[in-house]
Design a protein around this ligand. Structure first.
Ligand SMILES: *Cc1c(COP(=O)(O)O)cnc(C)c1O
Length: 340
């Protein structure tokens, strides 16, 4: 199978398995796991933040950030297709008791003017704006990179209103690989950051959240409340360290493969590539070829290719480190047969 469903389907590398085997461990609830501590220090350093916390998943990291920044009754401003709004089971409402305020963006980027006008003024009737969330790269927008300038302008508005910003940077390293702008320059524009070790970076488990020392202290308590306080978690943190040390630079390969796949698919009859492919995600519209997304996925599966539906006629392909140049060529050959 050529598995292009997600960059989460990767298996740990040999180096990751070896690191897990050899990891020095302790009880992380007592903050005594040397491997977890090392991973958190390394992540904080790479992001240019005071402190970081190893969490079980991107969703847990995002939700801990909201729980830490906000109080019940607050409002959170975010883009209408944000992962935090669409794909986290309304956790911000269910767990933090906050209300989302969505704004339609352009390729995942909210206009700073829209953000400014969504910030609530003083009024006994209104909720209080507790947080602004950004997503870079933006999943629903097809791995689109949020421009640094857009983030800068929103950061300035947030600062003027004393509202914190959280960056859902599940794929922040993809943004950095695509633009050459280092992750700490993006992170410097936001109070807190979440990124996934278990997506393009290939680790089996976990995400990082990072921010000020005080924020991480409170976040650690929320993690415990959510049942995310783990014991000898150095076993799963060790592959995360390998991910940070060995897997960030190679993301450009995934992007090259995605570009090649997108260019090839765009030439085929009846298929349209919906997004401008900047990173590792390709959204393909199958309508003119006479397929619904589900029909197209069935046909792909019969050819040994996996992808996921992303709309009635939209299919998402994601490249990852298992996917080779030969895989891309093979996909193009087989899809060509399907649409002809
Ligand atoms: C995958 C993803 C998450 C959630 O990460 P999980 O580890 O799957 O919980 C959050 N935000 C974005 C943008 C994502 O793509």
């Amino acid at each position: 199978m050529i598995d292009l469903r997600s960059d989460t389907v990767t298996k740990p590398t040999e180096a990751m398995r070896q690191a897990a085997y050899e990891a020095e461990v302790g009880d992380d609830v007592y903050e005594e796991d040397p491997t977890v501590n090392k991973l958190e220090e390394r992540a904080a350093e790479m992001l240019g933040k005071d402190a970081a916390l190893f969490v079980t998943s991107g969703t847990q990291g995002n939700q801990i950030a909201i729980l830490t920044h906000c109080k019940p009754g607050d409002e959170v401003i975010l883009e209408q297709d944000a992962h935090l709004f669409v794909y986290e089971g309304a956790a911000m409402s269910a767990l933090a008791g906050v209300q989302p305020r969505t704004i339609k963006g352009e390729r995942g980027a909210m206009s700073p003017a829209d953000v400014a006008s969504a910030i609530r003024g003083e009024d006994i009737h209104f909720p209080e704006t507790g947080l602004i969330c950004l997503e870079n790269t933006h999943n629903k927008a097809g791995g689109a990179v949020l421009p640094l300038e857009n983030m800068k302008t929103i950061a300035q508005i947030a600062r003027e209103h004393h509202i914190p910003i959280h960056l859902d940077g599940a794929r922040l390293f993809n943004a950095a690989a695509a633009t050459g702008i280092s992750v700490d320059r993006y992170a410097a524009l936001t109070d807190t950051v979440q990124f996934c070790l278990s997506k393009g970076l290939g680790a089996p488990v976990g995400s990082i959240i990072a921010g000020s020392a005080d924020f991480i202290k409170q976040a650690r308590k929320w993690r415990k409340r959510l049942g995310g306080g783990l014991r000898q978690s150095g076993i799963v943190a060790a592959p995360g360290l390998v991910a940070l040390n060995e897997m960030t630079e190679r993301l450009v390969e995934d992007h090259q493969h995605a570009e090649k796949l997108a260019a090839g698919l765009a030439e085929l009859d009846g298929l349209t590539v919906e997004n401008e492919v900047e990173t590792n995600i390709i959204l393909v519209n199958t309508k003119r070829a006479g397929y619904t997304a589900e029909q197209f996925l069935d046909a792909l599966r019969a050819e040994g290719i996996l992808a996921v539906p992303f709309g009635a006629h939209t299919v998402r392909f994601v490249t990852n480190y298992h996917i080779t140049e030969e895989d891309i060529e093979s996909v193009l050959t087989k899809v060509n047969q399907l649409v002809n």
